[in-house]
Design a binder for this molecule. Sequence first.
Ligand code: PML
Length: 267
Amino acid sequence: MADWFSVRMRATEEDILGDGGRHISGCERLVTEDRVHAVLEQMWRRAKSHEHGNAHAINIRIDAIDSASIRRIPPLAIESLAYATVKEGRAASCALLERHGISKTAAQRALAAIATLPRSMRGAMVVDAISGERLDGLGERGVRLSRMDCENEENFTKFLQNAMLRLAIGGDTPRAMAKFREALVLASKAAAAPGYAGELCWSDDPNYSTGYVACGKTYHRISPMKEPGNPIGGRVLFVRPGAPLAEIIDYWQRQPVLVADEFCGPS
Ligand code: PML
């Protein structure tokens, strides 16, 4: 059995305000030993060339993972929706969430919470799917999902490329492909938690206006979710009222998860 390693990167700007420094970029991988070196190199390049600025500190942490502890899950199904304006994209996101048991109040509060963030968060806000109250109490840090990846990089890439062809998502750059890939892995892991209700997310990358809503076992890629040039993005994870919050957060942060190869046939 191959040995697996969780590799995590977090890059921050200089800590001028004494609060740990502004988050610039992060990355989470779970790979076999033979791929650790290549992943470290990708992380280094990403941290050094981010549109949010120059990284002052780059933290990389590697943890050995017991392969018997890894849980294998299916990826979410993929759909794509395109609109003429941000207003329409956000309205469609709300409608989708509402159709999957998230109240209008919670959906609208989540949209407003992301849109009015003063700066990027490291992790996600966890929100009650009915009241819209934020539950994690983790402030600007939020809940960072960790220890996740696809089981077979080559097949997963083909799976994503097939989905892009099927949905006529054209012209995407390698950077956009990487964002889509990472977001789908994260959203699939998030969705496999007990008490999970859905997710709303868009990127803080000023040049990337596509976001997504995950609900009903589907990743709905939606564009545009923000105006070009806007550096504010974020992620809200909705949980059902009374869901076991500590257990869910522990699963999101610590449980090693792979999107299993057996589910990554033609999408
Ligand atoms: C992020 O940067 O964390 C959000 C990425 C959103 C990706 C949307 C997509 O391209 O499917």
